[in-house]
Write a protein that binds this ligand. Structure first.
Ligand code: PMT
Length: 329
């Protein structure tokens, strides 16, 4: 597809999407968060900022939505990665699907919330053993991240909300130059029903079998990379269930969307290992199997933070040693 046709598709997607509720609130929150962490804040913070996208987008089938198409993503990758980015000193904009896994909640008990607490006396409620330490730890870490201005959580549900928010975030992060990073782990719908051709009310089963035409969601990765935030360090993900096509698809995405790296993962092994595809070669990253409960996101984020450092150095000095050129590709 040529550039003019892609822009036409993207414009038509945004023009026909239902307007984002609270878009000015989202913009204000982003402005404050980015100013607070920006290198030019004058308060010596100058943190790098990463936008982590997480969970799957839904595709509504009716405007007053009763039914929708969804996907499997639990949001675990995005939530875990957010914790490791914060540990590495980044400020994180966590763009997540409502109801999916949250940072610092991964070690919480699966028991229903109300069963984790008990009445201590007439006034107080306490966390029931054996959950006490896990719950207190999660509350402490989450509180520290939020009050320290390191974590901004923005929820989405539909594909329309996700792409509109991604664009607002990208435009807001532009001022950060190479200190901005995108880590696009969300599972984004490939097909959708345009708002204008969508039934307004609940589709009636009495009308017989349903015949519905889904349009292709325009891939926004190239415009994100080249127009919305051209200086940001961009990582996208590629998921396949067939290992034979995974690396080829990831490497096509790397070139086609000018990504700095593409993280290739297979559905069944995604929690064990991933392959980071770069123009200089592929790097296998796996979790530390000698430690129970270790995460693949730990070494993955470490690797990407390192490559981001090299990228910042390149863009600020404009020159690199031979080894650094090899490292970044
Ligand atoms: O959430 P978990 O259960 O922990 O699982 C994590 C994960 C498997 C979802 C994650 O690791 C992952 O691979 N996410 C991307 C899955 C995916 O949807 O791949 P894709 O081939 O459809 O998209 C590739 C990239 O293009 C993604 O970075 C996506 O954000 C982006 N995209 C996709 C479609 C679209 N219309 N526009 C996009 O920008």
């Amino acid at each position: 597809m040529d550039s003019a046709a892609l822009h036409e598709e993207i414009d038509s997607f945004f023009e026909s999407a239902p307007p984002l509720k609270d878009s000015s609130k989202v913009t204000d929150k982003l402005k404050q968060f980015i100013e607070f962490n920006s290198p030019s804040s004058g308060e010596g913070r100058g943190r790098r900022v990463v936008c982590v996208t997480s969970g799957g987008t839904t595709v509504p089938l009716e405007q007053r939505c009763v039914r929708y198409i969804d996907n499997f993503s639990s949001g675990n990758r995005g939530a875990a990665s957010t914790e490791y980015f914060i540990k590495a000193g980044y400020a994180v904009i966590f763009l997540y699907r409502r109801g999916t896994c949250q940072p610092y909640c991964r070690s919480l008990p699966e028991d229903p919330l109300l069963e984790c607490f008990e009445i201590a006396d007439d006034v107080d409620i306490q966390v029931r053993q054996p959950h006490s330490e896990a719950v207190k730890g999660a509350i402490r870490d989450h509180h520290a991240a939020v009050t320290g201005g390191l974590l901004l959580k923005l929820p989405f549900t539909t594909i329309f909300e996700y792409l509109q928010m991604l664009r607002i975030i990208a435009l807001s992060m532009r001022s950060l130059g190479p200190h901005a990073m995108f880590y696009l782990a969300a599972a984004v719908s490939d097909f959708y029903v345009p708002w204008k051709s969508m039934a307004e009310h609940k589709i009636q089963s009495a009308s017989g079998p349903l015949d519905m035409r889904l349009m292709q969601v325009p891939k926004m990765l190239l415009v994100l990379r080249t127009e919305w935030t051209p200086m940001a360090f961009c990582i996208s993900f590629k998921l396949e269930t067939d290992s034979k096509i995974l690396l080829e698809k990831a490497s096509t995405a790397l070139k086609k969307y000018k990504m700095h790296s593409v993280v290739a993962n297979e559905l069944l092994t995604r929690k064990e290992e991933v392959i980071v595809v770069t123009s200089g070669g592929n790097i296998l990253v796996h979790r530390d199997r000698t430690r129970t409960g270790s995460d693949v996101e730990d070494p993955l984020v470490e690797l990407l933070v390192d490559r981001h450092s090299t990228y910042i150095k390149t863009t600020s000095t404009g020159s690199l040693s031979k080894q650094e050129v090899l490292d970044i590709h």
